[in-house]
Design a protein around this ligand. Structure first.
Ligand code: CAA
Length: 262
């Protein structure tokens, strides 16, 4: 399928997905969501992809939220379905078997912050702006933001941001623990690709297992989380990558992971 509202590029096992409606600051409408849904399926099915990066086309925005033009024409029930659609697609993004990085290159407001929060971690340009300003539109976040933000930065900080609708800059998002790293605007993609490349060079089975264990354990109690980890540890021990990684250490050489899912 060819896409109009997103761009999907794949190079050396790293996929980069651009939200691509720069004239509307990459706002999320129904058409974009349908394409994103399909692109995520493609990424999951293509086992040569080891890391997914999400970013915004143009120089101004990651994503400026749900498309307010489309939103303003929806009935309450259509709005409910739209919110559910966004929630399901961001849940699919969050549950992808490979690591995901949000490269936030500008405004990440409303649905934009919610998309970034569904990634495994966020690198931000010093020009990035985060926020859940829906309250200023008489709405609340509807793509999982009330839940993911509170889990990441704590309930009280999330309440302050959501109740006031105020935006925060990259350095404050870093202080809140929402963002892992703030980069100069020019070096953002270079830094993201460096980290993505490092992850992509590791054993594929281990990388996927680590993602799955953290994802499934995050909302479980510690004992259940450790059981999930224990099963996955056994699975990684059975992988060719584990044999190669441990042999390489003992033979004092660099591991040459084949990246087979065996
Ligand atoms: N939906 C639709 N169009 C949008 C948009 C959005 N979320 N955000 C920006 N645009 C459009 C603008 O209407 C404008 O279009 P025109 O050129 O045709 O007028 C174009 O993008 C450029 O935007 P601005 O002229 O406003 O640019 P700016 O630099 O002055 O301001 C901004 C940038 C602060 C991000 C501002 O555009 C803004 O506040 N946008 C809305 C942010 C927002 O409220 N997001 C939450 C959406 S609701 C949501 O996400 C709900 C949910 O969780 C389910």
């Amino acid at each position: 399928m060819s896409f109009e509202n997103i761009i999907l590029e794949i190079n050396d096992g790293i996929a980069t997905l651009f939200f691509n409606r720069p004239k509307a600051l990459n706002a999320l409408n129904n058409a974009l969501f349908d394409e994103l849904d399909q692109a995520l399926d493609q990424v999951e099915e293509n086992t040569s992809i080891r890391v997914l990066i999400l970013t915004g086309a143009g120089d101004k925005a990651f994503v400026a939220g749900a498309d307010i033009v489309e939103l303003s024409r929806m009935s309450p029930l259509q709005g409910k379905y739209f919110s559910r659609k966004g929630q399901k697609i961001f849940a699919k993004l969050e549950a992808l078997p490979i690591p995901t990085i949000a490269a936030v290159n500008g405004y990440a407001l409303g649905g934009g912050s919610e998309a970034a929060l569904a990634c495994d971690f966020i690198y931000a340009s010093e020009k990035a702006v985060f926020g859940l300003p829906e309250i200023s539109l008489g709405l609340i976040p509807g793509f999982g933001g009330t839940q993911r933000l509170a889990r990441l930065v704590g309930k009280n900080r999330a309440k302050e941001l959501i109740f006031t609708g105020q935006n925060i800059k990259a350095d404050q998002a870093l202080e809140y623990g929402m963002v892992n790293r703030v980069c100069s605007h020019e070096s953002l993609m270079e830094e993201v690709l460096k980290t993505a490349g490092m992850m992509a060079s590791r054993g594929k089975v281990a990388l996927r297992s680590a993602k799955e264990v953290i994802h499934h354990g995050a909302n479980a109690d510690l004992e259940t989380g450790c059981r999930i980890e224990n099963d996955a540890f056994g699975l990684t021990m059975a992988s060719e990558d584990a044999e190669e990684g441990t042999s390489a250490f003992l033979e004092k050489r660099k591991p040459a992971f084949k990246g087979e899912l065996k």
